[in-house]
Design a protein around this ligand. Structure first.
Ligand code: ADP
Length: 670
């Protein structure tokens, strides 16, 4: 009889285990069929209900830490309070020792004397869940029952660890900051993490488990295969919609524009992998998507600002480099071109070595001091470099910047070779023009010089002829008269040599000489000594109003003479050309604390409005050929500008022109 019963119960044990095994084999033991598994246990134990409780890890007392996660049937369980299920605290310590507990607690419900089984389920060596079965029918914890329950516990623990693994995977996927989509081989969505929910605004509950390209809608607005599908089922037509496609084994890197993402569309890059099981069988795909729209926009902006920067520096022809510890962090093409270096890294030493002047060492140490902070920037240096076989002039600007926490020299190089040569040519032209102007002035002076010299020569001739006439007539020589005559001759000779000295000084004109302290009044007198008598001969009344005590100016005296000569000659020519009864010329000098003023005023015809802006232009003349070159005022202006002064012209109330020269003074008076 016992044997029969034993055999019968063995059969029911294996049947029950088989049923549990079936359920677990499906590996879908979730809430919905958990009740089924609990039913199998209940049936075997002839219990009326079974429930699975999970132990929560917090500080509350143990009996209130448990929560029901599955029941069969529910009604019975609800009628019992959890506290009432435990007879003693010792039950907890037994459960923690992996012991199955069979007890008969006193029920609070009258006439209810239930039979309890507590089954501990362990996860990672910790008590994780308890299955509690309650049956009205008395049962015993025989060896066979224990065996069955231990089997059931192992299977439930297996299920638990599978659930736990799935949770860990979910946690991991949801923790990732990248949007992840997973598909099975049928195209059903298996993964839709929180990042993709955030990116698309589409909840996983709406997408998970769905096929028919449901996942594509938030990205493309239509149902179409994305790379997560294409990696499993390639279709050239859809693959062609991707850019930057690159495959490495089971992994594909690709980019695409997703028109529906974010409302206005977005540019995304993705990494997609074919997933394989332990046997290498493909079971689905994982697709990691990154919205790179902003990055691309930034990249584009950066690229365009970089190319703008490059265009500007290339257009300006500037060489720009950043040196850190002597090596170039950045160096534009022009910098290499200016140093004649291409195809290799450029160092600050390349620049120093190219210096073709004796101050190379000094330049090197100044640059070192600049980077060490002992010399304060910016450092502006004119460099003479040997580039290949040629010598080039560069102007450089260097400044130290803190870049990446290290002193970095920003070096800007500008080729000034042509500029310098041009300046030299301009200077030569200026000198040539100045010289031409002097020759013209000398030509104009020739007539005046004749006047200047004729008069004393005539006086001398009158004196000497008088004496010779007396001798021929046999007159006795009056000694007093003779000495008087000699004195007059001597004074006229002095006058002649003064004129000659002034002319010589005027003609010499060495521009390279240092400026000297010049007395403006005296300069004017010198000019009058050379051409003063011309005015008389041309019927012009000259009014000289020279302020007595005038400070000196720094100038070349003969240059200033040339300016005054130009103005006087122009005035004389203008007065010659008009039919005034009274032709007059005023020359005045004045001063204030900083300046000396020279004014040349005539009452001729003035300068017409249409030419007043042009008279200082080179070769502007209204005079006939042989009379003017159009250079006089140009040269005068350039001379005055060199003295840091100004020359202005305006038409005066007398109907003529007024030229006003302003010169900075030296401060002292003479
Ligand atoms: P040039 O005397 O050889 O013509 P300038 O440069 O000295 O050259 O003078 C340029 C022009 O300015 C003259 O041709 C003349 O038309 C005008 N100009 C200069 N000074 C006077 C003046 N005092 N009155 C009227 N016109 C003048």
């Amino acid at each position: 009889m016992n044997r029969k019963r034993e055999k019968g119960s063995q059969e029911s044990t294996s049947r029950a285990l088989g049923q549990i095994g079936l359920l677990l084999k499906k590996a879908q033991l979730r809430d919905k069929n958990l009740g089924e598994a609990l039913r199998v246990i209940s049936e075997y134990l002839a219990a009326s209900s079974s429930a699975l409780f999970r132990l929560k890890q917090d500080d509350k007392p143990e009996c209130s830490q448990i929560e029901n996660i599955g029941s069969w049937p529910l009604a019975d369980m609800n009628s019992l309070s959890l506290e009432s299920m435990f007879i003693a605290d010792s039950a907890w310590s037994d459960l923690k020792k992996r012991k199955i507990i069979h007890s008969h607690p006193v029920s609070k419900i009258p006439g209810h004397q239930p039979d309890f089984f507590f089954l501990p389920l362990f996860l990672d060596d910790h008590l994780s869940c308890i299955i509690i079965s309650i049956g009205p029918e008395r049962n015993r914890l025989t060896g066979e029952v224990r065996e069955f329950l231990e089997g059931a516990i192992s299977l439930f623990e297996l299920w638990l660890s599978k659930m736990n693994l799935a949770k860990k995977f979910d946690d991991l996927i949801n923790f990732l900051p990248y949007a992840m989509i997973g598909l099975d081989t049928h195209g059903n969505v298996t993964v839709w993490n929180s990042a993709v929910e955030q990116m698309t605004g589409c909840k996983g509950s709406r997408i998970l488990g769905k096929g028919n390209y449901e996942y594509a809608l938030p990205f493309y607005g239509i149902r179409r295969p994305a790379m997560c599908d294409l990696i499993l089922h390639p279709d050239p037509r859809w693959l062609a919609t991707y850019t930057e496609y690159r495959q490495e084994g089971d992994v594909v890197h690709s980019s695409i524009f997703t028109p529906a993402l974010g409302g206005t569309g977005a540019f995304v890059t993705s990494i997609t992998g074919r997933m394989r099981d332990l046997n290498g069988r493909v079971y689905g795909s994982l697709h990691m998507v990154r919205d790179v729209t902003q990055e691309r926009q930034m990249e584009n902006k950066l690229q365009s600002s970089e190319s703008m920067f490059k265009a500007i520096t290339d257009y300006a022809g500037l060489g720009i480099a950043l040196f850190q510890k002597g090596t170039a962090l950045y160096c534009n093409d022009q910098f290499g071109r200016l140093l004649g270096i291409s195809g290799r890294e450029i160092g600050l030493s390349d620049l120093v070595e190219a210096v073709d002047t004796e101050d190379r060492k000094e330049i090197q140490s100044r640059l070192e001091s600049l980077s060490q902070g002992t010399e304060e920037g910016p450092l502006r240096l004119d460099l003479n470099l040997k580039v290949g076989n040629r010598h080039r002039n560069y102007s450089s600007y260097s400044q130290v910047l803190g870049y990446g926490g290290h002193p970095t020299i920003c070096f800007v190089l500008d080729d000034t070779t042509e500029q310098k040569e041009l300046a030299k040519k301009v200077r030569l032209n200026e000198l040539k023009m100045y010289h031409e102007g002097r020759l013209t002035s000398l030509g104009i002076m020739a007539a005046g010089i004749a006047h200047e010299l004729n008069q004393p020569i005539n006086t001398i001739r009158v004196a000497t002829d008088g004496f010779l006439f007396g001798r021929d007539e046999g007159w006795s020589l009056d000694v007093d008269e003779f000495y008087e005559g000699m004195e007059m001759i001597s004074s006229q000779v002095r006058r002649i040599s003064e004129v000659i000295r002034n002319i010589r000084n005027f003609a010499r004109g060495d521009l390279e000489q240092e400026f000297e302290d010049v007395d403006v009044n005296r300069t004017i007198e010198n000019v009058f000594s050379m051409i003063g008598r011309q005015f008389e001969a041309h019927g012009i009344t000259v009014h000289k109003k020279l302020t007595n005590v005038l400070p000196s100016v720094k100038a070349h005296a003969n240059q200033l003479e040339q300016v005054i000569m130009n103005l006087l000659v122009n005035a004389r020519q203008a007065l010659d050309g008009c039919n005034h009864g009274r032709k007059e010329l005023w020359i005045t000098t004045n001063k204030n604390t900083q300046s000396v003023y020279i004014e040349v005023i005539d009452n001729a015809i003035g300068i017409p409005d249409h030419s007043i802006d042009k008279i200082f232009d080179p070769f502007f003349t209204t005079k006939e050929v042989g009379q003017g070159t159009g250079l006089g005022l140009t040269i005068s202006k350039s001379i005055i500008r060199e003295l840091n002064g100004t020359i202005e012209v305006f038409n005066n109330k007398l109907g003529g022109a007024t030229f006003l020269i302003t010169l900075p003074t030296l401060g002292e008076t003479k």
